[in-house]
Design a protein around this ligand. Structure first.
Ligand SMILES: Cc1cc2nc3c(=O)[nH]c(=O)nc-3n(C[C@H](O)[C@H](O)[C@H](O)COP(=O)(O)O)c2cc1C
Length: 320
């Protein structure tokens, strides 16, 4: 598989990153991905009890990951987490070398992370945000289209449209995210000028992921139209269709205000759906590519299948 600047930047064999996934990007998953030559990413609250201390939880996840792999791995920091400064202290003191920042401006934290010797990748969903992240000094930009599972940009730009425009706009390496789950998607992303990919949904349906079986089954059983964007007014999020998503749709249809959405959703509905497996009262973030995912496999096999498939896809594109 092609080596890109992203491989050198992150110290990995293949330019594939497992995306941060709140509640479900756990140590076993991140370590399995890193052991396969890609980059595993921990989410600070993966598998966490609601009342637990997220800072101590992250520390224990880092320790566990170090016990499972000697390869590089990273941590995702959605910048709205109130404990972000303490989380940065922990990951710097534990020697974590890579952070992905998301869901807001990386401005207040990029300097702090870089002073701690951390490589910073920022998730952006528009050219404007990618340029702003580059100005803040991030090492690479993750251009995430609205096919992606979880929170999306307000402008709803698809990966195919977003990635080449971000590539043209910035000088730092661009990593494509949203709608990629196999070698065909990786080759397409590299053809658009990306130097790596970030994959989320495909890694939910793996043995190592801590997601509840109901959530994994939901991913595997989803059709091409199995996901939907909800809560556009508050912050669009792509989720599995189901009872909870229908309630949100119904609220959107009758013009519910952001305050009404906040009051209804409350806290940790994604934990209810993704960790407890209660898809009636909880949401499950899921990318549109779920329709293509048909079985639960090991995370290492996801990486190996992409690496093996890559050469075949490229060979199939060559002129006779
Ligand atoms: C269950 C789930 C939870 C996610 N949570 C986060 C998160 O906490 N932080 C973040 O930056 N991205 C999050 N994402 C986005 C992923 O990191 C990744 O960019 C995205 O899944 C890529 O698109 P794909 O789902 O089509 O593979 C989440 C995605 C999923 C599926």
């Amino acid at each position: 598989m092609k080596r890109t600047r992203v491989c050198d930047l992150l110290g990995i064999d293949y330019p594939i990153i497992q995306g941060g996934m709140a509640w479900v990007a756990n140590a076993e998953l991140a370590a399995a991905v890193s052991n396969a030559g890609a980059l595993g990413i921990l989410s600070p609250n993966a598998g966490m009890k609601l009342e637990a201390d997220v800072v101590e939880h992250l520390r224990s996840q880092i320790t566990k990951t170090k016990g499972l792999t000697d390869k590089p791995f990273g941590v995702n920091l959605p910048v709205l987490i109130p404990e972000i400064k303490e989380l940065i202290d922990v990951l710097v003191s534990e020697g974590v070398k890579v952070v992905t920042t998301s869901a807001g401006s990386p401005a207040p934290y990029t300097g702090l992370l870089k002073e701690g010797g951390v490589t910073v990748l920022h998730v952006a969903a528009s050219v404007r945000h990618a340029l702003s992240a580059e100005r803040q000094g991030v090492d690479a930009v993750i251009a995430e289209g609205y096919e992606a599972g979880g929170h999306n940009g307000f402008d709803e730009l698809p990966t195919m449209v977003l990635v080449p425009q971000v590539v043209d706009a910035v000088s730092v390496p661009v990593i494509a995210a949203g709608g990629i789950a196999d070698a065909r998607g990786v080759v397409a992303a590299l053809a658009l000028g990306a130097e790596g990919v970030q994959i989320g949904t495909r890694f939910v349906a793996t043995h190592e992921c801590i997601a509840h079986q109901n959530f994994k089954d939901g991913v595997v059983n989803a059709s091409d139209t199995g996901t939907i964007i909800t809560v556009r007014k508050l912050g669009p999020a792509r989720v599995l269709k189901g009872e909870f998503a229908s309630k949100l749709q119904e609220m959107e249809g009758r013009g519910a205000t952001p305050e009404e959405f906040l009051a209804f959703i409350g806290i940790a509905r994604a934990r209810t759906g993704e960790l407890d497996g209660n898809l009636i009262d909880g949401e499950a973030y899921c990318g549109a590519i779920a329709g293509m995912i048909k079985e639960i496999v090991s995370a290492g096999d996801v990486v190996r299948d992409i690496v093996e498939g890559y050469a075949q896809v490229v060979a199939g594109l060559k002129a006779d």
